[in-house]
Design a protein around this ligand. Structure first.
Ligand code: PLP
Length: 413
């Protein structure tokens, strides 16, 4: 008898939830929903309730759920082979690197499995570069206030929001926080000690804050003049999410290294570090690696996403849908729905409220829509990039109803 048949097989959501509660570590404050399937911008739970998905796995399912081209691309690769290690090359990997390189001003790619790993690669590469070009004592990495870069030790140390550090000290040394959007704060640190600066062009977990154009230009100029590696974390905002292929293309400011993940794989785990030649050259064989990094299956999934998203028509449609969403949200704001601010770019939209976001998110879920918070009072709207006009209208209608009742929601525990 298998272990599955020897136990009572749960058939309701409640049973699945209690089964999950017994076996998972207590790391996630998950909502009491067990997802069964998805299609496009909708998911369904095991009880058959349907939700409009304005989370997309936190900016991951860029092509929506069960996209036919995406399923076909992965299936085709699965029928060839899934993994061969980095002892050998494979076609999906080469094609994916070429596709990412042709969309920006980078020369080389390193593939890994997640956002935090892309940041680890960026930290290691920039420290190696700095040691070679500025000396052994040049190890400091500047990170922006309110930033989030991941959960492994290097990325966690680069994350300035100290709530993520609790219980994990000592962190990796030589990370220093400077003030987001304040060039004097950056310049106040001795540049001879600074190996790299890392910044999210749009802070995601920090509450959807878009970097100032002027600051980013000044930062680029400063880093170039002091031979400091400029790293953009576009893990959440990259690969079409803003309506440009890379978020920095909106600002016309190019980094030396860029970290990608999330929407790159459309639901298949993959991360990437892209670098300009001069910086990529600091890595030599054996310096860094990953067993699974850039495996054929992950690259085939990401290649389908990238080749679809890079088309000008696709990116234009993201911009159009963003305008529609923002116009409707601005209307809600003008009607007095307690919206303090609407921030973001493309389909990465933050709605700051005058009440805590948690009860609002719960009410949206009750009404059949998934959204996610960022900080205390900010709602994040991150639909699939393929979301339709109709689905945007449905989402705004749900939000409008829920926000109209926000004083009732806010009173709930
Ligand atoms: N950087 C940013 C900007 C992110 O939003 C995230 C995840 O939310 C990460 C890094 C970490 O990525 P991952 O969760 O894939 O490790």
């Amino acid at each position: 008898m298998t272990s599955e048949t020897s136990k009572t097989v749960p058939n309701t959501q409640q049973e699945w939830l209690s089964r999950g509660k017994q076996v998972f570590m207590n790391t996630y404050a998950s909502y009491p929903i067990v997802i069964k399937q998805g299609k496009g911008a909708r998911v369904e739970d095991v009880n058959g309730k349907s939700y409009l998905d304005f989370v997309s796995g936190i900016a991951v399912n860029s092509l929506g759920h069960r996209d036919s081209g995406y399923v076909a691309a992965i299936t085709e690769q699965l029928n060839q082979f899934s993994h061969c290690s980095n002892l050998y090359l494979h076609q999906p990997g080469i094609k994916l690197a070429e596709a990412l390189i042709r969309n920006g001003e980078f020369d080389r790619a390193f593939f890994c499995n997640s956002g935090t790993e892309a940041i680890e690669a960026a930290i290691k590469l920039s420290r190696k570069y700095a040691k070679k070009h500025k000396g052994d004592s040049c190890t400091t990495i500047l990170t922006m206030s309110n930033s989030f870069h991941g959960r492994t030790y290097g990325a966690l140390s680069a994350t300035a929001q100290t709530k993520y550090h609790q219980g994990y000290h000592p962190l990796v040394p030589d990370f220093q926080t400077v003030t987001f959007n304040d060039i004097d704060s950056v310049k106040s640190i001795n540049p001879d000690s600074v190996a790299a600066v890392i910044i999210e062009p749009i802070q995601g977990e920090g509450g959807i804050h878009v970097v100032d154009q002027n600051f980013l230009e000044q930062l680029r100029e400063y880093c170039t003049s002091k031979n400091i590696v400029l790293i953009f974390d576009e893990i959440q905002c990259g690969v079409g999410r803003t309506g440009d292929f890379f978020a920095h293309q909106h600002f016309g400011v190019v980094p030396d290294l860029i970290a990608l993940a999330k929407g790159l794989g459309g639901g298949f785990p993959i991360g990437a570090l892209l670098a300009r030649e001069q910086f990529a050259a600091a890595f030599e064989p054996g310096d860094h690696g990953s067993t699974f990094g850039g495996n054929a299956l992950a690259c085939a999934a990401a290649l389908e996403c990238v080749t679809r998203i890079e088309s000008p028509a696709f990116l234009e449609s993201v911009k159009k849908r963003s305008e529609r969403l923002r116009r409707s949200l601005a209307k809600l704001q003008s009607e007095g729905h307690g919206i303090v601010a609407i921030r973001g770019l493309g389909l990465m939209v933050g709605v700051e409220l005058d009440v805590p976001g948690k009860p609002i998110i719960q009410s949206c879920i009750d009404q059949g829509m998934l959204i996610v918070g960022a900080g205390d009072k900010v709602l994040r709207l991150l639909p699939p990039l393929t979301v339709s006009d109709d689905e945007i209208d449905q989402a705004v209608e749900i939000l409008s109803k829920v926000l109209a009742n926000r004083s009732v929601q806010a009173a709930k525990p």
